[in-house]
Design a protein around this ligand. Structure first.
Ligand code: CO8
Length: 258
């Protein structure tokens, strides 16, 4: 229950669900919508009863990208002084796992939103693309950077320079999408995955996410050092003692999240 106008939020047993809900505009990412997404993400991140977050759209469209109508009167000076799109970075500060459940179009900012999540599950008919070039623009929310890191230069160039769309199966082959499901199962499978992740120790899941993300920022040597230091630090958690004791006693661990 919330006062949002462009999204819906609900929780499913430890999983916070955010549904983009501007169906008439194909879930175009207006500033209002995106501020609501950021707010909902932060609330779920701060809620200790929630262990993972799923972002989804509807079966026809995840999101058709930035709101083109809202960008109509943008100028460089206006967008520069207001740092237009600067708030996109906030999703990267979310500590809990975020899963994108994508059906239909994930275009432009919609594709970038999915790529800002930690894991993408997609429906068989999902279509990914960065069509900004057709509007005389380029991706503006990390697309040129995230895509290149995930799929490599040649495919990233093809997507960004041609503006063509690509199928869920192609995106899966490239490693952009983790798994593909029949359309009607994507959300359910994403929530199930979220519940599985939410069932582990929260500080440990967060440490695992932080370590994988460090791979995007650090050299291999620094990244391995970062990982090892976090690994060593986890021995101070009650949950890591509990994990090892439960293994020895051949029982399920009981996480206390400390
Ligand atoms: N922004 C605003 N309105 C949109 C958008 C959009 N991105 N996409 C669709 N709509 C609207 C249409 O204008 C139409 O409204 P109306 O009924 O009032 O005319 C309604 O949604 C339905 O759309 P269509 O009739 O076009 O539906 P089709 O099924 O024929 O086509 C497509 C679906 C192929 C998805 C088509 O709508 C399309 O090509 N949309 C634009 C996709 C696009 O170019 N996206 C990139 C936008 S630029 C961008 O994302 C820059 C990234 C910067 C970072 C993100 C910042 C938030």
């Amino acid at each position: 229950v919330s006062n949002y106008e462009n999204i819906l939020t609900e929780s499913h047993d430890k999983v916070g669900l955010i549904t983009l809900n501007r169906p008439k505009a194909l879930n175009a990412l207006s500033s209002d919508l995106f501020h609501e997404v950021n707010d909902a993400l932060k609330k779920f991140d701060d809620d200790s009863s929630i262990g993972a977050i799923v972002i989804t759209g509807n079966e026809r469209v995840f999101s058709a990208g930035a709101d083109i109508k809202e960008m109509a009167d943008k100028t460089f000076s206006k967008s520069y002084v207001t740092n237009f799109l600067g708030h996109w970075g906030e999703i990267n500060n979310i500590k809990k796992p975020v899963i994108a459940a994508v059906n239909g179009f994930a275009l432009g900012g919609g594709c970038e939103l999915a790529m800002s999540c930690d894991i993408i599950y997609a429906g068989e008919t999902a279509k990914f693309g960065q069509p900004e070039i057709k509007l005389g623009l380029i991706p503006g929310a990390g697309g040129t950077q995230r895509l290149t890191r995930v799929v490599g230069k040649s495919k990233a160039m093809e997507m960004v320079l041609s503006g063509r769309t690509f199928t869920a199966l192609e995106a899966e082959q490239w490693g952009l999408v983790s798994k593909v499901f029949p359309v009607g199962e994507v959300l359910e499978k994403s929530i199930e995955l979220g519940q599985e992740l939410a069932g582990f120790s929260q500080p440990v899941i967060q440490a695992a996410k932080e370590s994988v993300n460090a791979a995007y920022e650090l050299s291999l040597r620094e990244g391995c050092r970062f990982e090892r230091r976090i690994f060593q630090a986890l021995f101070s958690l009650n949950d890591s003692k509990e994990g090892r004791i439960a293994f020895e006693q051949k029982r399920e661990p009981k996480w206390t999240h400390d």
